[in-house]
Design a protein around this ligand. Structure first.
Ligand SMILES: NC(=O)c1ccc[n+]([C@@H]2O[C@H](COP(=O)([O-])OP(=O)(O)OC[C@H]3O[C@@H](n4cnc5c(N)ncnc54)[C@H](O)[C@@H]3O)[C@@H](O)[C@H]2O)c1
Length: 260
């Protein structure tokens, strides 16, 4: 269920700001859409899951947010379709000065099963779109005098999660991408940061991957004795999008409960 239960700080600079969130239909992305909407932002989001996207729009509209989010169904691995969905949303929200590159797919695979096609597909859903979304919004941000891009990484590649070699390759590359974009876009006051979540208790994680063994590993590894919720990640994303973080760029910010 989507709530803004952890919504604490309100960021006045987010009021009426147009922000694009990819994979915003469920999980962490949906919490980010809800959190930004609660701050009065004009949120546009894309997702491949039409039901989830429409359901979120309905729920937030019923909550009476200042701007009902604009949803576009698209597959972000089809870059032309993705760019066209972004352009359609911009017609309604105005140019984006915030972007959250959140969509991903953490489907497990054995090394022996990977083919050149499945490898490319995994990088396509976990990496490529982050670059092309930044490319698509950069000019609008430059014209507006600046912007903030948040790339969703993961701690998974640092701690060694099995059966995820393509996903973790993409997630480590996202930290490099963050630095590359931050360097090139910085002179235009476009900031680029990366959030690296630990194990976040989203619906998909609970349904597919959360076993008693994994739960035990989480609490042995984390300093803090609570599960990370999607809202905890959304709170950091809101801060990084707001002007409160105006001198933060090329940063990697963990939300992992102190996984050591
Ligand atoms: N949940 C965690 O424990 C965790 C940990 C570390 C990093 N992350 C990162 O956080 C981000 C969000 O993760 P999540 O757990 O909320 O994931 P999720 O799978 O719950 O949600 C991902 C969303 O992206 C959408 N999506 C997937 N493929 C798409 C495509 N081809 N086109 C358009 N939309 C597509 C899905 O429909 C879904 O709504 C991801 O970048 C993930 O790698 C999550």
């Amino acid at each position: 269920m989507i709530t803004t239960k952890h919504a604490g700080a309100n960021y006045p600079s987010l009021m009426d700001r147009a922000v694009l969130v990819t994979g915003g239909g469920s999980g962490i992305g949906a919490s980010i859409v809800a959190r930004l909407s609660a701050c009065g932002a004009k949120v546009g989001f894309v997702d491949i899951d039409e039901n989830a996207g429409c359901g979120l729009v309905k729920a937030l509209s019923q909550q009476g947010v200042r701007h009902t989010p604009v949803f576009g169904r698209c597959d972000i691995t089809d870059i032309d379709a993705f760019k066209s969905a972004i352009a359609d949303i911009v017609d309604e929200t105005g140019p984006f000065t915030g972007l959250v590159n959140n969509a991903a797919n953490d489907t497990r695979h054995e090394i022996s099963e990977v083919t050149p096609e499945s490898w490319r597909k995994a990088l396509s859903v976990n990496l490529d779109h982050q670059f092309f979304a930044a490319q698509a919004v950069a000019q609008g941000m430059k014209t507006a005098g600046g912007g903030s891009i948040v790339n969703m990484g993961s701690m998974s590649w640092r701690v060694g999660i099995d059966r995820l070699s393509a996903y973790v390759s993409a997630k480590s590359a996202i930290e490099g991408l963050t630095n590359g974009l931050a360097r090139e876009l910085g002179p235009s006051r476009i900031r680029v940061n990366c959030i690296t979540p630990g194990f976040v208790k989203t619906e998909r994680q609970v349904q597919l991957w959360l076993t008693p063994e994994l739960e035990a590993q989480v609490f042995e590894s984390q300093c803090l004795p609570d599960f990370i919720e999607a809202e905890d990640v959304a709170n950091l994303a809101a801060f990084l999008l707001a002007d409160d973080s105006r001198m933060c760029t090329s940063g990697v910010f963990p939300v992992n409960g102190g996984w050591i």
